[in-house]
Write a protein that binds this ligand. Structure first.
Ligand SMILES: [Zn+2]
Length: 149
């Protein structure tokens, strides 16, 4: 069980964090707030973990808003198509349909439902001259019926 962080629960936590963010050393901060230097170092790790978590959440938020926008556009394309259908304007209906298809594709790509990247495996190995010669001979013998002398 990890030890509880005395700075996470410190009543002056914000001040401590601000001092650290200003670049004050662990030693100075520890002295001023009468906490152990080790505790300051440990707490710094908590802060960076929290920061990276916050950054990830922000990225998720951005992704969500893009998807929401895409869905709105899809609805608009559907509405335009319906209107064109009613008016017997098949050219516009077809254009709306194409646009909707493009949006669906884009959404699928963004959500990872569509994976277009072909899988490529790269194999790295080194071959000594003798092995390379034997492999070549075997290959030639099998595929071309050539028997080197
Ligand atoms: Zn902490």
């Amino acid at each position: 069980m990890p030890r509880k962080c005395c700075i996470c629960n410190h009543h002056r936590r914000q001040e401590i964090e601000h001092a650290l963010l200003r670049g004050e050393s662990n030693r100075v901060v520890a002295q001023r707030f009468t906490v152990a230097r080790g505790a300051v170092a440990r707490h710094l790790k908590h802060v960076s973990a929290a920061l990276s978590q916050a950054r990830q959440l922000k990225e998720i938020e951005v992704g969500k808003s893009i998807l929401t926008e895409l869905r709105d556009l899809k609805i608009q394309a559907e509405q335009l198509k319906a209107r064109a259908d009613r008016a017997g304007d098949y050219r516009t209906a077809l254009a709306a349909l194409r646009e909707r298809t493009r949006l669906v594709e884009l959404e699928a790509r963004l959500t990872g439902a569509l994976n277009e990247r072909p899988e490529t495996k790269i194999l790295n190995f080194t071959l000594d001259a003798e092995t390379a010669r034997r492999m070549t001979e075997t290959f030639l013998a099998r595929h071309l019926g050539v028997n080197p002398t």
